[in-house]
Structures are given as C-alpha cells and as structure tokens.
Design a protein around this ligand. Structure first.
Ligand code: ADP
Ligand code: MG
Length: 463
C-alpha cells in the first residue's frame, strides 16, 4: 500500500517536494482505524503534518478503507540508514556532505560584504531585470497610485505609513515591474542592500537551507538586508511552515526599521489561506491596488513601446490592439513585439491587414475567454448534476467525477493555478485539484468513450 501511496504523492507534489519531505516517512503499526507514520525529526513531522497531513489521511483511507486517521510521530527507525541531509531543526552545524540532489539549491555561505557599494545580495536574491525601471513604466489612472507609492518607497525607504508596501493586482499588470524599479532606483542611490525574490524562490531557499542545515545562515542573510522584496506572495498559501518563516523574517526586519515590499494577486484581506496574523501585518503599511488597464492606458503603453522600438506603427493598428487585447500588459506587449519583429524581418510596413495576419492566433484566443463558472455550468449540464455540487462537500462518484472533469478543464482552458481553481470549487485544497486532474487524465487514457466526452466538452467551451 505504502509504495502505491508514495507513487501517488510523488505525482501530486512533484519529485523535489517528495524527495525533500515525504521520502523520509517510514510506516509504523496500525491500531484500529489509525496508522502511525514516523519521521526522523520533530521539525519534519510538523512540516509534513502541516503540508501533507490531510492528503496522507485521504490516500491511506483510499488504499485501506479501514484506516481513517494518520498519526505522525517522531522516531528514527534503527533499521533505516540515516538519510542524506535530513533537516534538523535548530541545528546549525555545517553540513558535512552537501545534499546529493541538485534540484534544491543550498544557500551559499554569506559572502564577505563589500564595504560601501550598494548591492543586490546576489547570494540571496534574484537579479533585477534592467528593462523594469520607473522610466519605462507608463503611468495611467489604473496604476498611478501604486506607481506613486513605489516611487516614494524608492526615495525614502522605511518611511512610516509605507512599510510594508503591499502591491496587488491581476497577472501582467506591472507588479514585478514596479518592484524591480524600486530595486534599481535604490541601488542607483547606493548604500543599501536590496534582496528581491519570488515567494516560490523564498520557499525553495528555505527548504534548501533546512536540508543543508544552514537555516541560521539563511535567516541571518535575510535579516541583514535593508530592503526585502517578495513577489507573488499568494504562492505561500497552504505552505504553513514557509509562511511562519516569512512572518518572523518580516517582523524582525520591520522592527529593525528595514523596508519590506510585497506583491500578490489579491489584497491582504482577500488572501484567505494566509495566516491571519500575517495578513494583518501585511495590511499595516500601505496597500496599493493596480487596477485592470483602461483603453487609454493600453494605448499609452503601446505608443511608448512602439516608439522605443523605432518601428512606425500606425495609430489605427495601436487602437486595434488596445481594443482586442484587454487582458493584461504582458500579452499586449507580446503582440506588439511580434509585429515589430515581423516588420524588421521582412522590412514591410505595419498595416492593419498585416497585423491581423501575423497575430491571428493571439487574436483568436482573445475573442473568447472561458471562465471557471462557465466550465462548471457546462459540465454539470452535461452530466445532469446540480451546479451546487461543484462546490459542495458531497463525495459520491456521481458528483465527484463531473467535479474532477471541471477541474481538469479549468486547468486546461484557463490560466488559473491549482490553488485558485480549488477555491472556485468550494475552497478545496490544491492537492485535491491536482489529484482530480491526474485522475481525469488517467481515465481518459483508459476509457475512450470518456475521453471523447471530455474532448467534446472542451470543444464546446473553446468555441
Ligand atoms: P505582474 O508582475 O503584475 O504579473 P509584470 O510586472 O511582470 O506583471 O508586467 C508584465 C509585463 O508588462 C512586463 O514586461 C512589464 O514591463 C509590462 N508592463 C506592465 N505594466 C506596465 C506599464 N504600466 N508600463 C509599461 N510596461 C508595463
Ligand atoms: Mg509578477
């Protein structure tokens, strides 16, 4: 049973997470409806309980219906050789052997600090994208407040009222651009150390530090920067241990008068799934919303980017693009870049006809955007189930299967992440969505009639 469960887990969480956390589990005795699993340290036990506890319970129950509960205990079974680089809480001893898997980066030892140069902590942070500066950011109604806040923080970091700065808005609206612009501006001014990284990177750094037993170094590094910027914080939803770590880092930095800048796709109060105390603190400084673009802003952005490229793009073409591609700036930019590349390559002037031709695939995709709600409605209709069962806690196959198909189609047809999809399905966990998607893929491979049904639904939703 256990090896089957392991296979499942590996498929759901990915090789890296599996190897880091779950491979260390050994199976203990079953008593009545409870199975005991062992982990070698208290830290690992707490982590696994926090991140995977429910899923382990569900998988065991699916394998062995009599098992209804999973008990996680700390014990290092003597038969098992010590795994390489086991995470050990509060152990700062230098790792004798580096972790053998290269997938999780270990944190490099703290580099000797250069005396006066401003620096990006390259040992810690991601490099800044040179294109993302305040100069290249086009300001309009939807983003002027966020822009002003970002400028203000870049000029005078750690001002009361602006710490933390919390930027939020949909995908591709300029959050990352503004954060990099803050970083670039601060570094130009000198004398500060800036660390920018995505929340995902933060998590992998943290995991890496635990594995290589260098958490204290990691904490010291983080807590020695003047400005810490964490992008896409929503990634930490459901990652309780990493959230904890971030919360402590956050407090230590703010208490020491350092600046924090955070971005997310939602406001602090809407980031359900983040711990309350963290959300509260995130909302304590300045919260700035980047709204969806307006037609005017899209035109301004296109004009600025066309001008910078040196290719003449007629106003009619810019208007056409601003009308057609409304979702986000990244896609708008992508479309314009393609036009410009074509113009340069073939030396032909950009016309409306040429635009429609060159961009026909992008434009087609923008004619229609499927929403998860539409998917749920269509799928429920198709299987004659009630729409509410998409969100309900009911578990029977008759309701679970359509729900899983809707999850699968949501993953295929929208750009939503697993946690986002989970939330649209009655606040289910992302692992449930991952499991549903995998299940549908398996069924489609086994059952051609089912596969045909799903394909039919997909075509109906796409056109
Ligand atoms: P987010 O982080 O919010 O998903 P990004 O900051 O990555 O979005 O922006 C996506 C792309 O759009 C980037 O190339 C960025 O330079 C560009 N962009 C977004 N907003 C603007 C703007 N107001 N002016 C110029 N470029 C922008
Ligand atoms: Mg971003």
């Amino acid at each position: 049973h256990w090896s089957r469960i392991c296979e499942r887990l590996k498929a759901e969480v990915g090789e890296v997470e599996y190897r880091t956390w779950l491979r260390q589990i050994t199976v203990g005795p079953v008593e009545e409806d409870e199975i005991t699993l062992y982990l070698p340290t208290r830290f690992l036990r707490d982590w696994v309980r926090g991140q995977y506890g429910d899923r382990l319970g569900a998988l065991w129950h699916a394998e062995v219906p009599a098992i209804r509960r999973v008990e996680l205990q700390v014990a290092r079974p003597s038969a098992q050789p010590a795994p390489d680089a086991v995470a050990q809480e509060a152990s700062a001893a230098p790792a004798a052997a580096a972790p053998s898997e290269p997938a999780v980066p270990a944190v490099a030892p703290v580099a000797a600090e250069s005396p006066r140069q401003a620096e990006v902590r390259s040992d810690l942070a991601a490099p800044l994208e040179p294109r993302f500066t305040f100069d290249t950011f086009v300001v309009g109604k939807p983003n002027e407040f966020a822009y002003a806040c970002a400028r203000r923080v870049a000029e005078r970091p750690s001002s009361p009222g602006f710490n933390p700065l919390f930027l939020y808005g949909g995908v591709g609206l300029g959050k990352t651009h503004l954060m990099h612009a803050i970083g670039a501006e601060l570094l130009r001014g000198g004398k500060v150390s800036v660390a920018y990284m995505s929340a995902e990177k933060f998590m992998y750094r943290f995991i890496g530090a635990i594995r290589s037993q260098s958490t204290l170094e990691f904490k010291d590094q983080l807590r020695s920067v003047d400005v810490l910027m964490i992008d896409d914080l929503q990634f930490l939803i459901g990652k309780d241990n990493t959230q904890d770590e971030f919360f402590h880092t956050f407090n230590a930095l703010v208490d020491a008068g350092r600046q924090i800048v955070v971005s997310a796709d939602k406001s602090p109060s809407d980031l359900s799934g983040l711990e309350d105390r963290l959300r509260t603190r995130l909302g304590c400084g300045m919260v700035a919303d980047i709204h969806a673009t307006t037609f005017e802003l899209r035109i301004s952005i296109l004009e600025a980017k066309a001008a910078a490229s040196g290719v003449v793009v007629p106003a009619k073409v810019l208007e056409f693009l601003a009308h057609k591609i409304t979702s986000n700036v990244r896609e708008l930019e992508g479309a314009l870049n393609r036009l410009i590349a074509h113009a340069n390559l073939f030396g032909r002037p950009v016309t409306l006809e040429a635009t429609q031709d060159v961009l026909h695939d992008i434009l087609k995709a923008h004619d229609r955007r499927v929403t998860i709600e539409e998917i749920q409605r269509k799928v429920a209709e198709h299987w004659n189930t009630r729409l509410t069962d998409m969100f309900s806690a009911r578990r029977g196959r008759a309701v679970a299967r359509p729900r899983q198909v809707a999850m699968y189609l949501a993953k295929q047809l929208t750009s939503r992440s697993y946690p986002e999809i989970g939330r649209k399905f009655g606040n289910r966990d992302h692992t449930t969505v991952m499991y549903g998607v995998t299940k549908v893929e398996q069924l489609m491979a086994q059952d051609p009639a089912f596969a045909e049904d799903v394909e039919l639904l997909r075509r109906m939703l796409e056109t």
